[in-house]
Design a protein around this ligand. Sequence first.
Ligand code: PMP
Length: 309
Amino acid sequence: MAQQYAFFRGEFVPIEEANISIRTHAFNYGTGCFAGIRGYWNDEQQQLYLFRLADHFRRFLQSCRLLMIELPYSVQELCAITVEVARRQEAREDTYFRPLGYKSSEAISVRLHDLEGDFALFAVPFGRYIQSEEGARVTISSWRRLDDNTIPPRGKITGAYASSAIIKTEAMLNGYDEAIVLDQNGHISEGSAENVFIVRDGSLVTPPITENILEGITRRTMMELAHNELGIETVERPIDRTELYVCDEAFFCGTGVQMAAITEVDHRPVGDGNLGPVCSQLRTLYFDVVRGRVAKYRRWCTPVYAGRE
Ligand code: PMP
């Protein structure tokens, strides 16, 4: 494999040189936050498009605020660093970028204030996150979603992903592709690492941002594409568990999962148990948009290689 690079301690370095100390605060206490950004390779244009790069970094800086991590970089600078890592490793395939903001201090002390932080970023080739994107089998997790007053799900906080890992592993070891997680009130929040939508009576329905979800960028993308291109509106409201059993269609969306139709929940078929028309149209649209094939949405796609548009 070609040499991979990282941005680490203010410099671009080969990935092998980007290592932290065992004493790092974030490693000990989960006091880091991250983003996940996809780069989509467009073979016809010989171009790598980074999807909604600035939006990811705007949310990333909000996560940093939650953890009192102060970074010396603006959104524009963070975007430029990401493009440079992609260029250095000559990424010519679908690639996943992982920016991290973390408490780099080596102090033994459980707190956020007066501890230095740092920024790092690396990139890896990446394909599907869930194999069965056309028909995922899911379960309702026996675990509950974190609450805004515990570790706020609004931020992508590394420590919170121990909860996501517990949820995901339970689901997979029980033979499912993914889980849907209820919040402390018993309403649907999201998947272990993706937002969720259902289709009922011709509308999209998804939990509002006050229901302990991550404010997903793909979630916003789906709402906008459904409105603009399919004439389908999204209602943001709490969703009961059993609405999943009676809805017409359901799907996950997120940078990692992309767009995955949910065709079975707790052994019950969703709708007729097949990829439905709304999911199918949204999937096609989404993949055309992220690969930079739709001029109207090219503004969401940052090209890595200059002069090739
Ligand atoms: N919820 C959680 C818990 C996630 O980890 C992710 C992945 N970042 C998402 C939702 C989807 O967010 P986005 O569309 O911004 O990637």
